[in-house]
Design a binder for this molecule. Structure first.
Ligand SMILES: O=C(O)c1cc(C(=O)O)c2c(n1)C(=O)C(=O)c1cc(C(=O)O)[nH]c1-2
Ligand SMILES: [Ca+2]
Length: 556
């Protein structure tokens, strides 16, 4: 087969026989209309096969599978890519990136998925390369260096393909890198445009004007912007209605906000970008002058709904800072912000213009002039967020968002720090603490037109996997305890679970093959929680590692 073509990729949301994009459609809704597996029969779901990623490289498996022409493609920890036969689970080929010793991913050696186009399957590596492989053989077609890994740049997200361009972001916000969004020709890997996310860098844009204020450095002082962070480490979504790419940007660097007065644009924001030129069409900053690592990369998902009787083109984002945002996606105008976790201490809400109403005493204090640490505060959510990278889902059937969230806070304080290439650039110390004795994770069904929570499911360990919803009135997600679970989308009743043998921090997908509906998810515990989780890390230290693709269907 010569595909998938640009048109097929654009139609992924409506084609149940394959999974061609990270997001199950460029809008990122992660909804499939398939209903052969449904709330009535899901209790009969059984494994079709499991396929091991093997070896000693069993760390966090955050990948979302791609399914095309009878093959399942999954990325694995340590920048690996596997092709498995979608009917038997037999391995067709495996590609292992040869990583240098000096790579510096902040939060485990993860990768979230690949992009497919024509004869190619494309993914990013922890040493900041983008690699296009022949999807039939696994042989390298092109391999491009994106940035200097020794300065802290890495790559963990799934790239996306929009009309022949592969579009992607970067990682490294904990090392004082500068966030970027870039586009390359999918056939050759040649750079088409490069869009920095930090204001003072706008002059260096290749091939397009900056399209924003025309001012540089307006929201930064001095040279702080030069190592200002704003990594685009989760990649983006794309909306065909507006022809816009939506990219979230991460935390400003360093975390110590007293070292960088100002809003620090465009950190902790959502950017709407023209895919042809890289021009920023609008931006909305969820946490101006972020002082808590509320890194706002979270996915922005397009959907249509009526607000106050008026039909609108909207987008929603469950931000790490604990608020669920709805914006007009045509212009970035603020519609609403509602807390989606039980405790938010840093702001009481948002004003009509969409600026946070801060609680100043809950910002960690400046370090003292003698170099000792500043006043420590208790803040919620913790820096790992009301929600972290794990993608939510929007059901076209129930018109609700299903948000994997976590209930935790942190003690956080600031320390002096100076930028040094290749070293952590935080200027802060912290300890994460659970808020409740019996649970941290909460899967919530949210009505985006009101912000009201329709139901919630509580999980002992933090939820760290993506969500899928289907036309069978189902919602699927995984748990660190090892389960893939299915819930009734309307009521939240738990209908089915299966233990995969290691924590599930991957994102489930579904497709139809030979007249049957399949569900697949990666199993393999890891990600940021065991590394950064403070007291919470201790509570999950006995979870076994793994690395396997699990595929399920109903018995014939
Ligand atoms: O600022 C950044 O560049 C950056 C990158 C990443 C990443 O690439 O995985 C994470 C974070 N920040 C981060 O703050 C974070 O909490 C986080 C969790 C995870 C994970 O995969 O579990 N990655 C990242
Ligand atoms: Ca970060």
């Amino acid at each position: 087969q010569a595909g998938p073509t640009d048109a097929q990729i654009m139609n992924d949301e409506a084609s149940p026989g394959d999974v061609l994009t990270y997001g199950m459609g460029h809008r990122g809704q992660r909804f499939s209309a398939l209903d052969k597996i449904n709330a009535g029969n899901v209790k009969g779901l059984v494994p079709a096969f499991a396929a091991s990623l093997g070896g000693e490289k069993q760390r966090g498996q955050e990948s979302q599978p791609i399914v095309y022409d009878g093959v399942i493609y999954v990325t694995g920890s340590y920048s690996r890519l596997f092709a498995f036969d979608a009917r038997t689970g037999a391995e067709l080929w495996q590609y292992d990136a040869r990583l240098p010793d000096g790579i510096m991913p902040c939060c485990d050696v993860v990768n979230r998925g690949a992009a497919i186009h024509g004869d190619k399957i494309i993914f990013g590596t922890l040493d900041a390369h983008l690699v296009a492989l022949n999807r039939k053989t696994g042989k390298v077609i092109w391999n491009k260096t994106l940035a200097d890994y020794a300065a802290g740049y890495s790559f963990t997200a799934a790239p996306m393909i929009v009309n022949g361009k592969v579009i992607y972001g970067n990682s490294g916000g904990e090392f004082g890198i500068v966030g970027k969004v870039e586009a390359r020709d999918v056939e050759t890997g040649e750079l088409l445009w490069s869009r920095p996310t930090i204001e003072g860098h706008m002059g260096s844009l290749k091939g397009a004007d900056n399209g924003v204020t025309g001012k540089t450095n307006a929201s930064w002082q001095g040279d702080q912007w030069k190592n200002g962070g704003g990594a685009t480490w989760l990649g983006g979504t794309y909306d065909p209605d507006t022809n816009l790419i939506f990219m979230g940007t991460g935390n400003p660097s360093p975390w110590n906000s007293h070292l960088r007065p100002g809003d620090n644009l465009y950190t902790s924001s959502t950017l709407a970008i023209d895919p042809d030129t890289g021009v920023i069409k609008w931006h909305y900053q969820t946490t101006p002058h972020d002082g808590w690592d509320f890194d706002g990369v979270n996915e922005f998902i397009s959907f249509d709904a009526s607000i106050g009787g008026k039909p609108m083109k909207l987008g929603a984002k469950a931000d790490r800072n604990g608020f669920f945002f709805v914006l007009d996606r045509t212009n970035g105008k603020f519609v609403s912000a509602t807390p989606f976790v039980s405790k938010v201490t840093w702001a009481t809400g948002y004003d009509k213009k969409g600026r946070p109403i801060y609680v100043p005493e809950n910002r960690p204090g400046a370090p003292n002039t003698d170099g000792s640490k500043g006043t420590s505060v208790f803040a919620a959510p913790s820096f790992l967020g009301g929600k972290n990278w794990m993608p939510m889902s929007y059901s076209q059937q129930t018109q609700m968002f299903y948000v994997p969230s976590n209930e935790w806070g942190m003690d956080i304080w600031n320390e002096p720090i100076a930028y040094k290439k290749g070293a952590a650039y935080l200027g802060a110390g912290f300890t994460i603490k659970p808020l409740y004795p019996d649970h941290i994770g909460v899967l919530r069904a949210i009505d985006p037109t009101t912000g009201k929570i329709a139901w919630e499911y509580k999980n002992k360990a933090p939820l760290w996997g993506g969500v899928l919803s289907t036309g069978g009135n189902l919602v699927f997600t995984g748990t660190p305890e090892g389960f893939l679970k299915a819930f009734d989308a309307k009521t939240g009743a738990e209908l089915w679970k299966f233990n995969t043998g290691s924590g599930v921090v991957g994102t489930p997908v579904t497709w139809e093959q030979d007249g049957e509906q399949y569900v697949a998810v990666m199993s393999g515990w890891g990600g940021a929680v065991p590394l950064w989780g403070g007291e919470v890390a201790k509570s999950v230290q006995n979870i076994n590692q793994g690395g396997a693709l699990w595929v399920f269907k109903l018995p014939k």
